[in-house]
Design a protein around this ligand. Structure first.
Ligand code: UGA
Length: 434
């Protein structure tokens, strides 16, 4: 099929590369011309495992091309996916300016039937606005459909998630739109839910918000575990056996970050407010998440007595492993708070160091975890990268000023770490005051 994609961010680029790999002809544009120029030179604008190879393959086969304008995308594509950013406004509401601008550009360039598909995460009723905007801008008599096809891929496992989704949601209004999208997704053999556009839009916000609530729930349980001396990992395991609950997204730690959960929770709260509903549950989840970062710093302070003049070695900057994304990363607040308390910070992240350039003027950037440990009073784990799992702890211990680990992701086995002579403190492991 002939597919157009507007927006070469995480969702757009993965979608484009995967559709091209499945045999479709994909044309992509982004208003960031530097990004398009980079992609044309086969350079990736961000890190995502496996994406570079997929993009190279698409470009080499000529099934994936990058063009500078929306008009060029519209000319040769029957389905056009909107994958532009919907960043938060200061009020928490999603900023839909890019969606509106691109919709108008698409409508003005259309000369025959096109299906415009929302893939960006948008608030409910955006589809209505897209239709209204199209009708005003389009040439008389040119037919079109609008559909909502939310994307559920995660950064760090985006390609796997895209190609093996738990479900595909198609919010459509006509048989023609449904047929086109069903045909496109056929090779994935995934369960398909066909619904109206508004329900599809809500499914995306509700799913992300629900997962965020799950994370905040377990973080609240973790706090109780710390007070009474229980182990949150065991509690999560015990809860997870119940099929109605499930084990995933019950990992306690420094809280959620990234470009999706914080933004989508805020946007969903605002949409609810707009429609007269006070979404207290989500407000509480957001508040717990914010508190979690403070709690982690407090945990470090409790362990080290005074933070002033101490050196804290931070392992991990990215909001989660396998990405270089620092958007809303817990590390940002954590490092800021540590510095405010007078601590010196050393840091290493396998992928996000370049993104962090200029973010933390006072921080010492290190080349590996061992350099981070040199002279540190404490190692603070903020991102659970695989390569932090198997460190040479005897070497680390010798390098540190005091052998202390505060594990913000419950990555290590406390007993083994303690056997090596470290003071170990996790999150919700019941050991905070030991
Ligand atoms: C999330 C959703 O999981 C995707 O389904 C969705 O498509 C995406 O947002 C989006 O809207 O684009 P992502 O933000 O890439 O994906 O990352 P997640 O794996 O969901 O993690 C989000 C945050 O929650 C991370 O900071 C992670 O460390 C944290 N988290 C996750 C926990 O603290 N505990 C958990 O048990 C799980």
């Amino acid at each position: 099929m002939n597919i157009g994609i507007i927006g070469a961010g995480h969702v757009g680029l993965v979608t484009g590369a995967c559709f091209a790999d499945l045999g479709n002809r994909v044309v992509m544009a982004d208003r960031d011309h530097k990004k398009i120029a980079m992609l044309k030179r086969r350079q990736m604008p961000f890190f995502e495992p496996g994406l570079e190879e997929l993009v190279h393959r698409g470009v080499a086969s000529k099934r994936l091309t990058f063009v500078p304008t929306t008009r060029e995308v519209v000319t040769g594509s029957t389905l056009i996916f909107l994958c532009v950013g919907t960043p938060p406004r200061s009020s928490g509401e999603a900023d839909l300016t890019a969606v509106e601008d691109v919709t108008r550009e698409i409508a003005q360039a259309m000369r025959s039937y096109r299906l415009i598909v929302e893939k960006s995460t948008v608030p409910v009723e955006t589809g209505e606005w897209i239709k209204r905007t199209c009708r005003l801008a389009i040439r008389r008599g040119v037919p079109f459909d609008v559909a909502s096809n939310p994307e559920f891929l995660r950064e760090g496992s985006a390609i796997q998630d895209f190609l093996h989704p738990d479900r595909i949601v198609l919010g459509v209004e006509t048989k023609r739109a449904q047929a086109l999208l069903t045909e496109l997704y056929k090779p994935l053999h995934a369960p398909v839910l066909v619904t109206d556009i508004k329900s599809a839009e809500l499914i995306k916000h509700a799913s992300n918000s629900f997962l965020a609530v799950k994370v905040s729930f377990i973080n609240s349980v973790a706090e109780i575990c710390d007070t009474v001396g229980a182990d949150v990992v065991k509690v999560a395991e015990g809860m997870g056996f119940d099929k109605r609950i499930g084990r995933s997204f019950l990992d306690a730690g420094v809280g959620y970050g990234g470009s999706c959960f914080p933004k989508d929770v805020s946007a969903f709260i605002r949409i609810a407010e707009k429609h007269g509903h006070n979404f207290q549950l989500l407000k509480a989840a957001a508040a717990v998440n914010e508190a979690q970062r403070k709690r982690f710093v407090k945990r470090i302070a409790q362990t080290l007595w005074n933070l002033n003049n101490k050196t804290v070695g931070v392992l991990g900057l990215a909001f989660k492993p396998n990405t270089d994304d620092l958007r809303e990363a817990p590390s940002i607040d954590i490092i800021r708070m540590l510095e405010e308390e007078g601590a010196k910070v050393r840091v290493f992240d396998p992928k996000a160091m370049a993104q962090a350039d200029g973010f933390f003027p006072e921080v010492t950037f290190c080349r590996n975890p061992y350099e981070v440990a040199r002279g540190a009073d404490c190692l603070a784990v903020v991102t659970e990268w695989n390569e932090f799992k198997e460190l040479d702890f005897s070497r680390i211990k010798k390098l540190m000023r005091q052998p202390v680990i505060v594990d913000g992701r419950n990555m290590y086995d406390p007993a083994s770490i303690r056997r090596l002579g470290f003071r170990y403190v996790g999150m919700g492991k019941g050991d905070a005051l030991e």
